[in-house]
Design a protein around this ligand. Sequence first.
Ligand SMILES: C[S@@+](CC[C@H](N)C(=O)[O-])C[C@H]1O[C@@H](n2cnc3c(N)ncnc32)[C@H](O)[C@@H]1O
Length: 228
Amino acid sequence: MQSRLEEMGSFFDVRIDGYDEHMRAMFEDFELYYETIARPIAETTKPIDVLDLGCGTGAELNTLFKQAPQACVTAVDLSAQMLNRLLQKFEAYKGQITPVQGSYLSLPFAKHHYDYAVSVYTMHHFTPDTKRALYQKICNALKPGGKYIEGDCVVTPEKEQEVWQWYRDRYTAEHLQAACAPENTLYHIDIPCTVETQLQLMREAGFANVELIWYREKEESAIFVAEV
Ligand SMILES: C[S@@+](CC[C@H](N)C(=O)[O-])C[C@H]1O[C@@H](n2cnc3c(N)ncnc32)[C@H](O)[C@@H]1O
Protein backbone atom coordinates (compact mmCIF):
# COMPACT_ATOMS: atom_id res chain seq x y z
CA MET A 1 0.00 0.00 0.00
CA GLN A 2 1.24 3.47 -0.82
CA SER A 3 2.48 5.70 1.97
CA ARG A 4 3.10 8.92 0.03
CA LEU A 5 0.50 10.65 -2.11
CA GLU A 6 1.49 11.83 -5.59
CA GLU A 7 -0.78 13.66 -8.01
CA MET A 8 -1.65 11.31 -10.89
CA GLY A 9 -0.33 13.30 -13.88
CA SER A 10 2.98 14.22 -12.24
CA PHE A 11 3.42 10.65 -10.96
CA PHE A 12 3.61 9.49 -14.60
CA ASP A 13 5.43 12.63 -15.86
CA VAL A 14 8.43 11.99 -13.62
CA ARG A 15 8.54 8.27 -14.48
CA ILE A 16 8.52 8.68 -18.26
CA ASP A 17 12.09 7.42 -18.66
CA GLY A 18 12.08 3.68 -18.09
CA TYR A 19 8.26 3.53 -18.18
CA ASP A 20 8.04 1.22 -21.24
CA GLU A 21 10.64 -1.14 -19.73
CA HIS A 22 8.70 -1.16 -16.44
CA MET A 23 5.48 -2.18 -18.24
CA ARG A 24 7.28 -4.90 -20.21
CA ALA A 25 8.68 -6.40 -17.00
CA MET A 26 5.21 -6.65 -15.45
CA PHE A 27 4.08 -9.40 -17.81
CA GLU A 28 5.23 -12.97 -18.38
CA ASP A 29 4.30 -12.43 -22.03
CA PHE A 30 3.96 -8.74 -22.81
CA GLU A 31 3.41 -9.29 -26.57
CA LEU A 32 0.62 -11.82 -26.05
CA TYR A 33 -1.09 -9.61 -23.47
CA TYR A 34 -1.30 -6.64 -25.86
CA GLU A 35 -2.22 -8.91 -28.80
CA THR A 36 -5.16 -10.11 -26.68
CA ILE A 37 -6.14 -6.50 -25.97
CA ALA A 38 -6.49 -5.92 -29.74
CA ARG A 39 -8.10 -9.29 -30.57
CA PRO A 40 -11.74 -8.11 -30.16
CA ILE A 41 -11.07 -5.43 -32.81
CA ALA A 42 -12.17 -6.81 -36.18
CA GLU A 43 -9.47 -6.52 -38.85
CA THR A 44 -10.30 -3.64 -41.14
CA THR A 45 -8.75 -1.06 -43.44
CA LYS A 46 -11.59 1.39 -42.70
CA PRO A 47 -10.91 4.54 -40.62
CA ILE A 48 -12.72 3.28 -37.50
CA ASP A 49 -12.89 5.57 -34.43
CA VAL A 50 -11.17 4.45 -31.24
CA LEU A 51 -11.08 6.11 -27.82
CA ASP A 52 -7.95 5.21 -25.82
CA LEU A 53 -8.34 6.16 -22.15
CA GLY A 54 -5.13 6.56 -20.16
CA CYS A 55 -3.14 5.84 -23.32
CA GLY A 56 0.26 6.50 -21.69
CA THR A 57 3.01 5.95 -24.26
CA GLY A 58 0.64 3.88 -26.42
CA ALA A 59 1.59 0.24 -25.72
CA GLU A 60 -1.88 -0.83 -26.93
CA LEU A 61 -1.58 1.10 -30.20
CA ASN A 62 1.02 -1.25 -31.72
CA THR A 63 -1.42 -4.15 -31.86
CA LEU A 64 -4.44 -1.91 -32.49
CA PHE A 65 -2.88 -0.50 -35.68
CA LYS A 66 -2.10 -4.07 -36.84
CA GLN A 67 -5.84 -4.84 -36.72
CA ALA A 68 -6.96 -1.46 -38.07
CA PRO A 69 -4.11 0.43 -39.77
CA GLN A 70 -6.37 3.39 -40.69
CA ALA A 71 -7.94 3.76 -37.23
CA CYS A 72 -8.49 7.30 -35.93
CA VAL A 73 -7.48 7.30 -32.28
CA THR A 74 -8.48 9.84 -29.63
CA ALA A 75 -5.65 9.38 -27.11
CA VAL A 76 -6.50 10.73 -23.65
CA ASP A 77 -4.03 11.08 -20.81
CA LEU A 78 -3.36 13.37 -17.86
CA SER A 79 0.39 13.27 -18.37
CA ALA A 80 1.91 15.60 -20.98
CA GLN A 81 5.14 13.58 -20.95
CA MET A 82 3.34 10.32 -21.70
CA LEU A 83 1.39 11.90 -24.57
CA ASN A 84 4.55 13.46 -26.06
CA ARG A 85 6.32 10.11 -25.96
CA LEU A 86 3.33 8.43 -27.62
CA LEU A 87 3.38 10.98 -30.46
CA GLN A 88 7.14 10.43 -30.97
CA LYS A 89 6.72 6.64 -31.02
CA PHE A 90 3.77 6.74 -33.43
CA GLU A 91 5.08 9.48 -35.77
CA ALA A 92 4.02 7.32 -38.75
CA TYR A 93 0.37 7.52 -37.59
CA LYS A 94 0.50 11.21 -36.63
CA GLY A 95 -2.45 12.24 -38.79
CA GLN A 96 -4.61 9.54 -37.23
CA ILE A 97 -3.97 10.38 -33.56
CA THR A 98 -5.74 13.18 -31.68
CA PRO A 99 -3.96 13.70 -28.35
CA VAL A 100 -6.10 15.06 -25.51
CA GLN A 101 -4.45 16.05 -22.25
CA GLY A 102 -6.97 15.86 -19.42
CA SER A 103 -8.92 13.52 -17.19
CA TYR A 104 -11.26 11.06 -18.85
CA LEU A 105 -13.34 11.31 -15.66
CA SER A 106 -14.31 14.91 -16.40
CA LEU A 107 -13.83 15.31 -20.18
CA PRO A 108 -17.01 14.98 -22.24
CA PHE A 109 -16.99 12.20 -24.90
CA ALA A 110 -18.77 12.50 -28.25
CA LYS A 111 -22.04 10.49 -28.13
CA HIS A 112 -22.32 7.23 -30.11
CA HIS A 113 -19.16 8.17 -31.98
CA TYR A 114 -16.63 5.41 -31.31
CA ASP A 115 -16.41 1.88 -32.69
CA TYR A 116 -14.16 0.85 -29.81
CA ALA A 117 -12.96 2.23 -26.50
CA VAL A 118 -9.83 0.82 -24.89
CA SER A 119 -8.17 1.27 -21.52
CA VAL A 120 -5.11 -0.58 -20.27
CA TYR A 121 -3.79 -0.48 -16.70
CA THR A 122 -5.44 2.78 -15.76
CA MET A 123 -8.78 1.95 -14.09
CA HIS A 124 -7.41 0.41 -10.88
CA HIS A 125 -6.86 3.91 -9.50
CA PHE A 126 -10.56 4.57 -8.98
CA THR A 127 -13.36 3.51 -6.65
CA PRO A 128 -16.18 1.25 -7.91
CA ASP A 129 -18.62 4.21 -7.92
CA THR A 130 -16.27 6.31 -10.04
CA LYS A 131 -15.68 3.40 -12.43
CA ARG A 132 -19.40 2.64 -12.83
CA ALA A 133 -20.12 6.27 -13.75
CA LEU A 134 -17.22 6.26 -16.22
CA TYR A 135 -18.38 2.98 -17.78
CA GLN A 136 -21.81 4.58 -18.33
CA LYS A 137 -20.10 7.48 -20.10
CA ILE A 138 -18.07 5.04 -22.24
CA CYS A 139 -21.24 3.07 -23.06
CA ASN A 140 -22.87 6.30 -24.33
CA ALA A 141 -19.79 7.20 -26.36
CA LEU A 142 -19.84 3.91 -28.28
CA LYS A 143 -21.87 3.23 -31.43
CA PRO A 144 -24.52 0.49 -31.22
CA GLY A 145 -22.59 -2.80 -31.24
CA GLY A 146 -19.41 -0.98 -30.19
CA LYS A 147 -16.98 -2.61 -27.76
CA TYR A 148 -15.07 -1.49 -24.70
CA ILE A 149 -11.88 -3.44 -24.01
CA GLU A 150 -10.28 -3.08 -20.59
CA GLY A 151 -7.00 -4.58 -19.46
CA ASP A 152 -6.12 -4.13 -15.80
CA CYS A 153 -4.81 -5.73 -12.66
CA VAL A 154 -7.25 -7.70 -10.52
CA VAL A 155 -7.04 -9.16 -7.03
CA THR A 156 -8.51 -11.99 -4.98
CA PRO A 157 -11.63 -11.33 -2.84
CA GLU A 158 -9.44 -11.33 0.31
CA LYS A 159 -7.05 -8.76 -1.17
CA GLU A 160 -9.98 -6.65 -2.35
CA GLN A 161 -11.25 -6.46 1.25
CA GLU A 162 -7.77 -5.54 2.46
CA VAL A 163 -7.44 -2.79 -0.12
CA TRP A 164 -10.84 -1.40 0.83
CA GLN A 165 -10.01 -1.43 4.52
CA TRP A 166 -6.86 0.55 3.74
CA TYR A 167 -8.73 2.98 1.49
CA ARG A 168 -11.51 3.64 4.03
CA ASP A 169 -9.32 3.85 7.12
CA ARG A 170 -6.28 5.58 5.90
CA TYR A 171 -6.41 7.16 2.47
CA THR A 172 -9.67 9.03 2.80
CA ALA A 173 -8.89 10.52 6.19
CA GLU A 174 -5.23 10.96 7.08
CA HIS A 175 -3.68 11.21 3.65
CA LEU A 176 -6.14 13.67 2.18
CA GLN A 177 -5.98 15.94 5.20
CA ALA A 178 -2.21 15.84 5.17
CA ALA A 179 -2.05 16.60 1.45
CA CYS A 180 -4.13 19.82 1.84
CA ALA A 181 -4.87 19.72 -1.88
CA PRO A 182 -8.08 20.75 -3.70
CA GLU A 183 -10.87 18.23 -3.19
CA ASN A 184 -10.95 16.93 -6.76
CA THR A 185 -7.19 16.30 -7.07
CA LEU A 186 -6.53 12.83 -8.53
CA TYR A 187 -3.87 10.86 -6.70
CA HIS A 188 -1.97 7.83 -7.85
CA ILE A 189 -3.41 5.14 -5.61
CA ASP A 190 -3.95 1.46 -6.41
CA ILE A 191 -7.36 0.05 -5.45
CA PRO A 192 -7.90 -2.91 -7.81
CA CYS A 193 -11.07 -5.03 -7.76
CA THR A 194 -11.76 -8.73 -8.24
CA VAL A 195 -12.78 -10.09 -11.66
CA GLU A 196 -16.34 -10.50 -10.33
CA THR A 197 -16.59 -6.88 -9.13
CA GLN A 198 -15.31 -5.68 -12.52
CA LEU A 199 -17.86 -7.75 -14.46
CA GLN A 200 -20.64 -6.57 -12.15
CA LEU A 201 -19.73 -2.88 -12.53
CA MET A 202 -19.73 -3.16 -16.32
CA ARG A 203 -23.14 -4.87 -16.30
CA GLU A 204 -24.54 -2.23 -13.92
CA ALA A 205 -23.25 0.50 -16.26
CA GLY A 206 -25.50 -0.87 -19.02
CA PHE A 207 -23.23 -3.01 -21.21
CA ALA A 208 -25.21 -5.89 -22.76
CA ASN A 209 -22.48 -8.52 -23.02
CA VAL A 210 -19.55 -8.58 -20.66
CA GLU A 211 -16.81 -11.15 -21.01
CA LEU A 212 -13.48 -12.05 -19.40
CA ILE A 213 -11.03 -12.98 -22.18
CA TRP A 214 -7.76 -13.14 -20.21
CA TYR A 215 -6.97 -14.02 -16.63
CA ARG A 216 -3.61 -14.85 -15.09
CA GLU A 217 -3.89 -15.33 -11.36
CA LYS A 218 -0.16 -15.23 -10.58
CA GLU A 219 0.32 -12.07 -12.64
CA GLU A 220 -2.99 -10.59 -11.36
CA SER A 221 -3.84 -9.53 -14.92
CA ALA A 222 -7.20 -9.59 -16.68
CA ILE A 223 -8.79 -8.40 -19.91
CA PHE A 224 -12.52 -7.69 -20.23
CA VAL A 225 -14.66 -7.00 -23.29
CA ALA A 226 -17.98 -5.22 -22.84
CA GLU A 227 -20.36 -4.79 -25.76
CA VAL A 228 -23.05 -2.11 -26.04
C1 LIG B 1 -0.02 2.52 -16.10
S1 LIG B 1 -0.27 3.73 -17.33
C2 LIG B 1 -0.87 2.75 -18.69
C3 LIG B 1 -0.54 3.35 -20.03
C4 LIG B 1 -0.87 2.49 -21.24
N1 LIG B 1 -2.30 2.34 -21.38
C5 LIG B 1 -0.17 1.15 -21.18
O1 LIG B 1 -0.83 0.11 -21.17
O2 LIG B 1 1.07 1.15 -21.14
C6 LIG B 1 -1.72 4.59 -16.80
C7 LIG B 1 -1.95 5.90 -17.54
O3 LIG B 1 -3.25 6.39 -17.21
C8 LIG B 1 -3.19 7.81 -17.09
N2 LIG B 1 -4.31 8.27 -16.26
C9 LIG B 1 -4.59 7.93 -14.98
N3 LIG B 1 -5.74 8.52 -14.59
C10 LIG B 1 -6.19 9.25 -15.65
C11 LIG B 1 -7.32 10.08 -15.86
N4 LIG B 1 -8.23 10.28 -14.90
N5 LIG B 1 -7.47 10.67 -17.08
C12 LIG B 1 -6.55 10.46 -18.06
N6 LIG B 1 -5.45 9.68 -17.90
C13 LIG B 1 -5.27 9.08 -16.73
C14 LIG B 1 -1.82 8.07 -16.47
O4 LIG B 1 -1.37 9.38 -16.68
C15 LIG B 1 -0.95 7.01 -17.18
O5 LIG B 1 -0.35 7.50 -18.34
